[in-house]
Design a binder for this molecule. Sequence first.
Ligand SMILES: Nc1ncnc2c1ncn2[C@@H]1O[C@H](COP(=O)(O)OP(=O)(O)OP(=O)(O)O)[C@@H](O)[C@H]1O
Ligand SMILES: [Mg+2]
Length: 400
Amino acid sequence: MSSPADAAADDPAMIAILRGVMDPELGDNIVDLGMVRSARREGTVGHVTVALTTAGCPLRATIKRDCETRVAGLAGIESVRLHWDELNAAEKARVMERARRTARDSAAPTQVPAGTRVLAVASGKGGVGKSSVTVNVATSLARRGFVVGVLDADIWGFSIPRMLGMERRLGARPPGQGEQRGKIVPDQRRVGDGRLKVVSTGMLVETEETALMWRGLMLAKAVEQFLHDVDWGELDYLLIDMPPGTGDVQMALARLLPQAELLVVTTPALSAQKVAVRVADMARRSHMPIVGVVENMSAFTAPDGARWAFFGEGGGERLAADLGVPLLGSIPLEPAVSAGSDAGEPVTRARADATAALAAAVFEQITDRLVTDICPPVDMGTCTARMDGPIPVTIGARRS
Ligand SMILES: Nc1ncnc2c1ncn2[C@@H]1O[C@H](COP(=O)(O)OP(=O)(O)OP(=O)(O)O)[C@@H](O)[C@H]1O
Ligand SMILES: [Mg+2]
């Protein structure tokens, strides 16, 4: 099978962005695995032809979605058409060989499994509720039975340990002292049927001296070492609480975790046009697709039923429309959200019922959408043409 645009040349920007699409079972991206037959433009339509190891591969839906989201984010592309093909026996053997080599080369104990959904929670400005969204969505995901990692990438302004009530000190070497991967074991907590695994610099800083050493590192360098040193083990989702602003840390994460996608948090203020530009720029430079917008600090409903839109209204919808992504929900301003964070008990800890905070119910809806539609867990299923067992990929393994 071939795409209608076969006669044209491959589009370099499309190829570059498709490098972020991982085949979780083979542990590498579909371009380097040789599965992208062609990636071409025809007017505003992006045509991508992907060859699978077997036509009935259960990862087909995941790969389709990832290709579409990424290519649709490119300037000048309005729609994406996926065409399927199947690798022939010789190609299949080459792909398997490459996957094995990748697995062997990256056989370090520290890894984010290739089948993990990585969501970076970001915003165009500080204080809008990134950390609150991270802990509440992570807790809700865990309660549903998933194993959820939370990485606090806010090296200086860490707040995750307190918000989750997980402040155990993790034994870790000070930064810059030799290559000892896999030395940081996340703190773990059972939540419902699942588990949270949490790592933050707030948990590493044992002495003032260590703190100064971490602070002395360039931010991106700190995140990089941090990622290399964490032994995550099994993970369905990894949520990354991003520091405010755009820049080095985002770029470092995109390079180290090419499968990361962005969840954007904003306030309802309409005057945030600059924010949209900043977020879009961050996504473009880091090649991270945006999966959706969460509006936080939306109208507060008083006990007498009156609505107070302290921070305005409509900002989430406008940003989502500007970015061309769905608005996943609007979380009201509610004392229970900040009280929950202060107490280390996110409002999503218990299943939302009639007596629960309204915000808790909205967090549940957002998590529902992520799990069922926007960012479903990767179902590794069984592909008969594949190797026995999944191959882990080490973060940073593709660094040049
Ligand atoms: N929906 C809400 N209702 C009430 N309080 C909230 C809500 N969302 C966040 N807050 C409070 O607002 C403050 C800022 O939230 P948070 O720390 O999550 O923002 P952030 O974007 O992570 O900030 P930073 O950019 O500093 O990392 C916190 O005190 C938090 O408890
Ligand atoms: Mg924060």
